[in-house]
Ligand binder design. Structure first.
Ligand code: PLP
Length: 454
C-alpha cells in the first residue's frame, strides 16, 4: 500500500478513521457507510483544487484563465453536421454498433498519417483508439504500476495524469524543467535517488511539446539524451503529445517515439486539434504492450464509441483538417500574444512567466511570499480565475505559481483578466508588505481534473 500522507493537497478522510457501519437498509443511504467500504486506492482520488470555486468562476462576469478547454468556435459546424447525418444514413448499422476494442481500422490508418507529421513511422496494428488520451493514461498506468511503484514526471505536470497515477497508488517523483524542458541532469539525479531508496521506477511520464501546465518545449538536443538515460536504466517512456501540432510557427519537433520506437509508448488525441467532446484519442505502443492494452481496454469499455471514431475518420477524409489546425494555431497564437503583452503591461516587478511557442498555457511565478492557492478566492472576487500551482505537483511545490490559460477567452477578455489578476496580486503584495504574511483560508485539495481544469 502506498503512503499518501506526503500529498499536500489531500484532505483527511474522516471515514477512514471511523468504524464501518453494518449494511442495513437505513445505513445504505448514509454516505459515510459507503465511504467506509471504498477500496484503499480511492484515497488517491480527490477533487480538483478549483472545483469548489468553479460555480463562481464560471459566471459570465468572471474571466476564467483556469480552464484548458479548446476553442471550438472555428470549427466548420455546418459541413460537419451534414457529414454526420450522411454517416448515420449511409453507415448507421456499423456506426451505431459495437466495434473492436482496438478501434476502427480506417481511423487507425489515418492516425498513422497524422503521426508521420512528427516523424513517427507506425503500423495501424500498433495503434489502439481510446476514449481520449485520458483513458490511455489510465490504461498504461493500470498495466504497468503496482502500489508503491514510482512514476517520474516533470514538475509541474498534468493534473489528469497524476490523478491516474494516484488511482493506481503509484508515487510521483518530479523531475525539474527549465526553459528547454525536462533537465537531463535532474533526470539522472532523480533516478539515482529513487534507486538509492531501493524503489522501482516504472516509467517516465513526459509532455515534451508545449507543456501543460509549464508552457515549455523539450529542446531537440535534449531528446536523444533523455531517451538514452531512460533506456540505460530500463525505464519506459510515456510520451503524452496532445499539443504537438499546435506550434504557433507551425514548427513540429521529433517525437520521442520516432527516436526510440522500442522504449516509448506514445499518446495522441483529437481533443485539441478537432473536438474534445468526441473523446477520441489513441495510444501507440510496442506490439506486446499493445496486446495488453487491448485487454485492459476491453475490461474498461468493451470498445471505444464507434460513431465518434467514424465521425473523426470522416472529418479527416472530407475536410481540410490540416488547414483547420493552421487556423486553430493562428487563433491560439493571437491569444498567447494578448496574454504575454497584458502580462508585460500590468504585472508588478518580481513576477516571471514562460513564453510558450505553442499549446494553451503560460506558467506564472509570483513574487516571494505569495501563495496563489490562498489568493484564489480573492482573485475570484475580483472576477478572474486561474489554476493555482500546487495542484500540478505532488511534492508541495508550486505555492508561488499559477497556470494561466489563453485557449478559451477572447484576446480582449484575456487582457481584462490579466489586468484584474495584476490588481489582485498588487493588493496581495501590499498586504504582505504590511503584515509580513497574509490571512486567509486554504482550500482543500486537488487532484482529479474536471474538464475546466484539464
Ligand atoms: C497533457 C495532457 N494529456 C492528456 C490530456 C487529456 O486529453 P483527452 O481529451 O485526449 O483525454 C490533456 C487534456 O487537457 C492534457 O493536457
Amino acid at each position: 500500500m502506498s503512503d499518501h500522507s506526503n500529498q499536500p493537497n489531500e484532505s483527511p478522510d474522516p471515514e477512514k478513521t471511523g468504524t464501518p457501519v453494518p449494511a442495513t437498509g437505513a445505513a445504505m443511504g448514509n454516505l459515510d457507510t459507503h465511504s467506509a467500504r471504498y477500496a484503499e486506492r480511492t484515497a488517491g482520488m480527490t477533487a480538483s483544487e478549483i472545483r469548489a470555486l468553479f460555480a463562481v468562476a464560471s459566471r459570465p462576469e468572471v474571466v476564467s484563465l483556469a480552464g484548458g478547454m479548446p476553442n471550438l468556435a472555428a470549427l466548420p459546424l455546418e459541413s460537419l453536421s451534414e457529414e454526420v447525418a450522411r454517416l448515420v444514413t449511409e453507415q448507421g448499422q456499423t456506426a451505431l454498433q459495437y466495434g473492436s476494442a482496438h478501434g476502427v481500422p480506417e481511423l487507425r490508418e489515418q492516425i498513422c498519417e497524422i503521426m508521420a507529421l512528427e516523424g513517427i513511422s507506425a503500423h495501424p496494428d500498433d495503434v489502439m483508439v481510446t476514449v481520449g488520451s485520458q483513458m490511455a493514461l489510465d490504461l498504461v498506468t493500470r498495466i504497468f504500476t503496482d502500489p508503491g511503484d514510482v512514476v517520474l514526471a516533470e514538475g509541474p505536470s498534468y493534473v489528469g495524469a497524476m490523478g491516474a497515477f494516484s488511482t493506481y497508488q503509484a508515487d510521483v517523483v518530479h523531475v525539474a524543467m527549465d526553459e528547454h524542458g525536462l533537465h537531463p541532469d535532474a533526470l539522472r539525479g532523480a533516478i539515482e535517488e529513487v534507486h538509492g531508496q531501493g524503489r522501482t521506477i516504472k516509467f517516465l511520464y513526459t509532455i515534451p511539446n508545449f507543456h501543460n501546465p509549464a508552457g515549455v518545449t523539450l529542446s531537440e538536443e535534449r531528446r536523444p539524451e533523455i531517451l538514452e538515460i531512460c533506456a540505460r536504466h530500463g525505464i519506459l517512456v510515456l510520451e503524452d503529445n496532445p499539443y504537438g501540432l499546435l506550434g504557433f510557427e507551425g514548427r513540429t519537433y521529433s517525437s520521442l517515439r520516432s527516436l526510440d520506437p522500442d522504449n516509448v509508448v506514445y499518446l495522441g488525441s483529437f481533443s485539441k486539434t478537432f473536438a474534445s467532446g468526441l473523446r477520441v484519442g489513441w495510444v501507440l505502443a510496442p506490439h506486446a504492450v499493445r496486446e495488453k492494452l487491448v485487454l485492459a481496454a476491453e475490461s474498461a469499455t468493451l470498445c471505444p464509441p464507434t460513431l465518434n471514431q467514424m465521425i473523426v475518420s470522416r472529418y479527416l477524409s472530407t475536410h481540410d483538417w490540416l488547414g483547420q489546425i493552421k487556423s486553430f494555431r493562428e487563433q491560439y497564437r493571437e491569444r498567447r500574444d494578448a496574454m504575454l503583452s497584458a502580462l508585460e503591461q500590468h504585472m508588478p516587478a518580481g513576477c516571471d512567466w514562460t513564453r510558450p511557442e505553442g499549446g494553451f498555457f503560460v506558467w506564472f511565478t509570483a513574487p516571494e511570499g505569495v501563495d496563489t492557492k490562498a489568493m484564489l478566492p480573492r482573485a475570484v472576487t475580483q472576477r478572474v480565475a486561474y489554476a493555482s500551482g500546487t495542484g500540478f505537483y505532488r511534492d508541495g511545490l508550486g505555492t508561488r505559481q499559477m497556470r494561466l490559460s489563453f485557449c478559451y477567452p477572447t484576446p480582449e477578455r484575456i487582457h481584462e483578466g490579466v489586468r484584474r489578476l495584476a490588481n489582485t496580486l498588487n493588493e496581495e503584495l501590499d498586504l504582505l508588505r504590511t503584515f509580513g504574511s497574509r490571512g486567509g483560508r486554504e482550500l482543500s485539495g486537488p487532484q482529479t481534473p474536471s474538464p475546466d481544469t484539464a
